[in-house]
Write a protein that binds this ligand. Structure first.
Ligand SMILES: [Zn+2]
Length: 134
C-alpha cells in the first residue's frame, strides 16, 4: 500500500466525477455485451473504453485544480438531478393526502390537502387567489 500512496501523491485521486465516469463506463461495457448487432456493440464497447480512459486520466491527473473545478461543475448538475428526483419521490409519497399543482400566475409549486372539495387557494408567493377542486 505504501507504493500506491507514494504513486498517488500529488495526483487528483478519485472524486465523484471520476466515480460517475467509471460507473457509466461499466454500464456501457455491460450494455455492449447485450447488443446483438456487432457494429453497434463494438461502437458502444469503444465508447466504454474511451470513457474508462478519461476516468483513469482524471484519477491520475496532477492538475488537481482543474480536476476540482470539473468536479464542482459535475456536482452542481448532479445535485440538480438529485433534488428533482427527491422532489418527485416526495410528491409520489404524498400523493394520497395532497394535490400538487402550479400557481396559474407565477408557476410556483403548490400543495393542498386532498378531499376538501372546491376551495379557495391563495398562492403564498404572489398572492393570486383561485378556486381549485381537491
Ligand atoms: Zn403565485
Amino acid at each position: 500500500m505504501n507504493f500506491l500512496r507514494r504513486f498517488m501523491a500529488g495526483r487528483n485521486g478519485t472524486d465523484q466525477l471520476s466515480l460517475a465516469i467509471l460507473i457509466v463506463s461499466i454500464i456501457l461495457n455491460v450494455v455492449s455485451g447485450m447488443i446483438r448487432i456487432a457494429i453497434i456493440s463494438s461502437i458502444v464497447y469503444s465508447l466504454a473504453a474511451a470513457i474508462l480512459i478519461i476516468g483513469i486520466f482524471r484519477i491520475l491527473s496532477r492538475n488537481i485544480e482543474r480536476r476540482r473545478a470539473e468536479n464542482a461543475v459535475f456536482m452542481r448538475h448532479w445535485n440538480k438531478v438529485r433534488n428533482y428526483v427527491r422532489r418527485q419521490a416526495d410528491k409520489l409519497r404524498q400523493s394520497k393526502t395532497f394535490r400538487f399543482f402550479k400557481c396559474p400566475a407565477c408557476k410556483n409549486n403548490l400543495r393542498v390537502p386532498k378531499g376538501k372539495g372546491k376551495i379557495y387557494v391563495t398562492c403564498p408567493r404572489c398572492g393570486e387567489r383561485f378556486i381549485k377542486k381537491t
